[in-house]
Write a protein that binds this ligand. Sequence first.
Ligand code: HEC
Length: 407
Amino acid sequence: MNRTRAKLTAALLLGAPAVALMAGAPRPLTELRVCADPFDLPFSNDHEEGFENKIAHVVAQDLNARVVNYWWPSRRGVLRNSILGGFCDVMIQAPVGLDPVATTQPYYRSAYFFVYRAGRGLQIRSLDDTILKHLKIGVNIIGYDYTNTPPAHALGARGIVGLVGFGNFLNPDPKADHPDDIIRAVAKDSIDVAIVWGPLAGYWVKRQPVPLTMVALPDSDAVSGMPFAFSMAMAVRHRDKELKAQLDSVIDRRKSEITAILQEYNVPLLDLRATPTPSAPHGTPSGAAAPTRDTGRDSLLVSDSIYQGWKWFHVYCFRCHGEDAIGGVNPAAPDLRWVLSTSGKAYPRDSFQYTALNGRLDKGMPAWKVLLDTAAVKELYLYVKARSDGWLKVGRPHRESDLKKSQ
Ligand code: HEC
């Protein structure tokens, strides 16, 4: 316990220089170096009580290796400070297709769930139940792709505002984590309903003093295009192809043991599909004038300008034009992907910039020149254009320059 904390602190202090020393040294696989969160049950903790910890031991045993944990909390920068930094080699759990890493075949699939007190007389079946407009809804703010969770997006797209956020993504103290807070808030009646990732819900619902009801959200949401079900895999660095192949075959060999562990933790399991599912939430555009999609590139990896544009957008524009520029929040504010798309309004860059700077006050579009200069508006244009062209996924993009630094 103390050793763990010492290790964490040492890692915090060493930071970047350690990366250079540790990355790339060739090792025979006698150690399975696992990236894990020290305070995140049911996933993992520093007493190795989580299901990721148990699965890590199954994998290590199969490979004749021993588990060496590298503890780092799931905070902003977690990938850079763990797997991408070379401090550890395997994430036991990541959604299939999580971009900055390479993922194995999936070994389980689960979904988001509504959780509410069984005694409340509620009957919530979908995000379109009008009762949701009158309830206090809890969501975890940050999801597995380290951006807003799918339910947070989907509720935003419906203009549902009674949201209470849970999560500590920006809090530097790992001990501040109480992953059960959101479920306890339901049990204590301080929120009416929570929308929670299945494994988290399944584990904590069983540990409350009052009975709670769990209802699965549909696989994906028609309004926001958000998926609510995800296939989970193990993750390694892109260059570690051999390790990935080894893990793929361990998953084949040990599938039933792994499933038994998940069941022991009451993880709600959906059928793993034969077809691979895109994991990172895609903003599936709705309507006839859907922007052209997938021009071969499909990524969250962007230039510094687009990254800045994303930031500006999520400070100033998202509240009317929708998170990730998907529209659907303020009915008067158009989907800007459609505005720029050649199959839509085909708005030229100059007009975009002119409108952004000067607004249309009579129509409810503010003038941004008080807050933003032309350079910022150019960056905004580049971001919205990338979303309109379809290759830039929803969510927080990664800067090319950051990734270079961390390699
Ligand atoms: C308070 C709500 C609101 C915010 C915030 C907002 N907009 Fe708008 N925006 C609108 C509305 C409403 C319209 C439609 C105006 C009209 O009908 O002509 C619009 C239109 C636009 C248009 C023109 C689209 C067209 O089809 O003519 C652009 C470009 C635009 N907004 C960019 C932005 C950018 C960039 C930001 C952030 C810096 C932003 N908007 C923030 C409400 C908003």
